[in-house]
Design a protein around this ligand. Structure first.
Ligand code: ATP
Ligand code: MG
Length: 313
C-alpha cells in the first residue's frame, strides 16, 4: 500500500507545488521509490513543471489526452475510469532529455474549477438519509478510488492541492494518510497553520461519522498531520536569519517541537531558474544560470526528502 500524502496550505505561493515535485524526484532517486503525482490545482502548475508546458498543451489540448478532469467527468456520467487510462508514466522530466522512470503523474485541467462547482451542486437522492450519506462519501472518494486501483504500483502518492478547501481538495484529504503543510516564515503563512489543522481535525470527525452512519464496511482512517516544511528561508551565518528563525521558533512554540521539519529549503534563484526550464533543481548542472544557488537548494531539498521518509511511515 502506498503512503498517500496531501500537500496543503491555503496560502498561495508558499511552495506546495515545488515541494511536491521535488519530493517525488528525491523519493525516486535518493530512496528508489515509485511515486504517483496527482495535480489537483486548476492552475496546472505541477503539470507544467513536471512534463513541460509544451508537452502539457500537446497532450491536454491538441490531443485531447486524459487528465483529472476525465475522472470527474466519468463520475458525473456514472462511467468507470481506469487508472491506467489517466496516469502518464515515464514522462516527468528529470533533466534535459531525461525522465524519472519511477514517477507517474495524473495531470490537472483548467476546467477543474467548474467541475468543483458542479460537484458541490451534485446531490443524488437516495431512499433515505443513510443512502444519501453513502452518495456523499462516493463524491468524496473519486480520487481515492483511482489510488486504490494502483495501490500495488506505487510506494508514495503525492497530491498537490490548490490553495482552497473545495471539494476537490476534500477528495485529496479523504484519500490521504497524511497531510504536509509547506509554509514560508512570514506572519500570515504561520498564523494560518492552526486554522488548517482545525479544519483537518473537523474533516476527520465528519468523515468518521459519515462513514459509520452510511453503514460502510470497516471505518474511516484519519488523515494524520505529517508536519510543516519551511520554504524560502533566508540564511545568515549558517542558519535562518533572525526574523525567520523567530517565525520558525514561534511556530514550534504553537504547534509543538515535532510539528516542524528540522530541515528547510532556502530562498534563492536556483529553483525558479530550474522551474523556467520545467526542471527540478536537482538538475542544477543543466541550468544556464544560478548554478551555485541551485546546488545549495538541491542539497537542502534532498535533506527535506530524507526527513519526509522518516516522518511519513
Ligand atoms: N525555495 C524557493 N526559492 C525561490 N523561489 C521559490 C522557492 N520555492 C518556490 N519558489 C517559487 O515560488 C513560486 C511559488 O511556488 P509554488 O508554485 O511551488 O507555490 P504554491 O504554494 O504551489 O502556489 P499556489 O498556491 O499558487 O499553488 C514559484 O515561482 C516557485 O518557482
Ligand atoms: Mg501550487
Amino acid at each position: 500500500m502506498p503512503k498517500v500524502v496531501s500537500m496543503i496550505n491555503w496560502k498561495g505561493g508558499v511552495g506546495k507545488t515545488t515541494m511536491t515535485l521535488h519530493l517525488a524526484a528525491g523519493l525516486a532517486t535518493r530512496h528508489n521509490k515509485r511515486v504517483l503525482l496527482i495535480d489537483l490545482d486548476a492552475q496546472c502548475n505541477l503539470s507544467f513543471l513536471a512534463i513541460g508546458a509544451s508537452s502539457y498543451i500537446t497532450h491536454a489540448y491538441n490531443n485531447n489526452g486524459s487528465t483529472l478532469k476525465n475522472v470527474f467527468d466519468n463520475y458525473f456520467a456514472h462511467a468507470p475510469t481506469t487508472a491506467a487510462s489517466i496516469i502518464l508514466q515515464r514522462q516527468v522530466r528529470a533533466r534535459a532529455g531525461k525522465i524519472y522512470t519511477q514517477v507517474g503523474i495524473i495531470l490537472s485541467h483548467q476546467e477543474l474549477t467548474l467541475l468543483d462547482m458542479k460537484l458541490a451542486r451534485e446531490k443524488r437522492s437516495g431512499r433515505d438519509h443513510r443512502e444519501e450519506t453513502k452518495f456523499e462519501i462516493e463524491k468524496l472518494s473519486v480520487i481515492k478510488a483511482i489510488i486504490d486501483e494502483v495501490a500495488n504500483d506505487y510506494d508514495y502518492v503525492l497530491l498537490d492541492c490548490p490553495p482552497n478547501v473545495n471539494l476537490v481538495t476534500q477528495n485529496a484529504f479523504f484519500a490521504s494518510d497524511y497531510y504536509v503543510v509547506p509554509a514560508i516564515p512570514d506572519f500570515l503563512s504561520t498564523v494560518g497553520i492552526s486554522l488548517i489543522k482545525k479544519y483537518m481535525d473537523q474533516f476527520n470527525l465528519d468523515y468518521t461519522s459519515m462513514w459509520s452512519y452510511a453503514g460502510l464496511p470497516g471505518s474511516y482512517v484519519n488523515t494524520k498531520f505529517g508536519g510543516i516544511v519551511f520554504n524560502m528561508v533566508d540564511e545568515y551565518g549558517g542558519g535562518p536569519k533572525e526574523g525567520h528563525r523567530q517565525m520558525i521558533q514561534s511556530t514550534i512554540n504553537q504547534q509543538g517541537a515535532n510539528a516542524v521539519f528540522a530541515n528547510y529549503v532556502t530562498d534563492g534563484d536556483g529553483i525558479s531558474a530550474a522551474a523556467q526550464m520545467n526542471l527540478p533543481v536537482f538538475a542544477y548542472s543543466d541550468l544556464p544560470r544560478a548554478h551555485q544557488n541551485a546546488m545549495k537548494q538541491a542539497e537542502y531539498m534532498g535533506k527535506v526528502v530524507d526527513e519526509f521518509v522518516t516522518r511519513i511511515i
